[in-house]
Ligand binder design. Structure first.
Ligand SMILES: [Zn+2]
Ligand SMILES: [Zn+2]
Length: 354
């Protein structure tokens, strides 16, 4: 196909331009998708400002997307899997199904990951390609806007699966960003007792309350009504001294993870979720953690949880659309990324709608 489309092409740090480029050609395993909604991820912001390198440049960023099938490659076509007009959501972490990691079910650790928007052109564009194995039909009841939360939500679902909440437990969630707020909803959906949301910005903590957080704590801003100087004693008071039974940390702050170790009690499970920066080291008080028989787990991407994630949305267990603070046209993607970094208007999630 030699037809052209509009796309935001990212050349180098802070240089992204709206351009006319060819509509991507399909391999036999690909499906061409007309992009409807694409969320701006924290990682897009990092790439844009050159804080983390992309594998390919120039590149079209954007990996959290939904859309409509326009053309189907030979393989999925022969299998009758998709047809033009199908509403779809893309799992952008597309594994090869041919390496040892894939063969043992650890698809998140695939040696040949293909990720539209990260190492191949993505969805800040009118059209994007996806391998058919990374494509799911969007249930009729799920809007394109809600569907564009599927990728970050799937990561959250995987982390929460590792957290292994038992009914009634006291759960501490550190980091009230969009992921943390989704985790509040998931914790409630799977039967947590009380959920404490811990952060440093009140506008985000207030969002967390709307979605079911029972307790809010601001550990940084002494003027906040949620401010606590000593989080451990605050949580101890709420739990008759037992402390939190589960803690998950969807922020990259090492300090937050160390606090999570501090505020959890006997036999607690902790999940490290926020993406670390190269060279980060977490300090774990060995004796106390050992003698309290705690478990520390890490969560990376979202293997095996997409079907659960789709059902959680289609069954109405989570309310996602209100998390979209703003939708912008394709031409304003760069501006939107800048304003996200500057936190203008206290945004939760911004989507591009080409
Ligand atoms: Zn993302
Ligand atoms: Zn593989």
């Amino acid at each position: 196909m030699t037809e052209k489309m509009k796309a935001q092409v990212f050349f180098e740090a802070e240089k992204m331009e709206l351009a006319e480029i060819p509509i991507p050609a399909l391999s036999d395993a690909d499906v061409l998708v007309k992009v409807r909604n694409c969320g701006i991820c924290g990682s897009d912001v990092s790439y844009f400002f050159g804080l983390s390198p992309t594998d390919k440049m120039p590149i079209v960023l954007g990996h959290e997307f939904t859309g409509e099938v326009v053309e189907v490659g030979a393989i999925p076509k022969s299998m009758g899997l998709f047809k033009p007009g199908d509403r779809v959501v893309v799992n952008p972490v597309q594994n090869c199904n041919a390496c040892y990691a894939c063969a043992s079910g650890h698809t998140n650790l695939c040696a040949n990951l293909y990720v539209p928007g990260v190492n191949a052109d993505g969805a800040f564009a009118e059209y994007a390609v996806s391998r058919y194995t990374g494509l799911f039909k969007l249930p009729d009841t799920v809007t394109y806007a809600a569907g564009a939360f599927m990728e970050p939500l799937a990561c959250a679902v995987y982390g929460m699966k590792k957290l292994a909440i038992e009914p009634g437990q006291f759960v501490a969630i550190f980091g009230p960003g969009p992921i943390g707020i989704m985790m509040v909803q998931i914790a409630k959906a799977v039967g947590a007792g009380k959920v404490a949301l811990i952060g440093t910005r009140d506008y985000r903590l207030n969002e967390g309350r709307k979605w079911g957080a029972d307790y809010l704590f601001n550990t940084a801003d002494a003027k906040s009504p949620y401010y606590v100087r000593d989080l451990k004693s605050a949580i101890s008071d709420l739990t008759s001294g037992a402390l939190a039974e589960r803690a998950i940390v969807p922020t990259s702050s090492n300090e937050a993870f160390e606090q999570a170790i501090d505020v959890t009690g006997n036999a607690a499970i902790l999940v490290h979720f926020g993406l670390p920066t190269t060279g980060d080291v977490i300090h774990v008080p060995a004796e106390a953690t050992h003698k309290m028989d705690k478990e520390i787990r890490f969560s990376w991407l979202a293997p095996g949880v997409w079907p659960t994630t789709i059902r959680m949305i289609s069954e109405g267990l989570l309310d996602l659309e209100p998390l979209v603070s703003r939708s912008v046209p394709l031409s304003e993607a760069g501006l939107a990324i800048r304003s996200l970094r500057a936190r203008e208007g206290d945004p939760i999630k911004v989507q591009v709608t080409p």
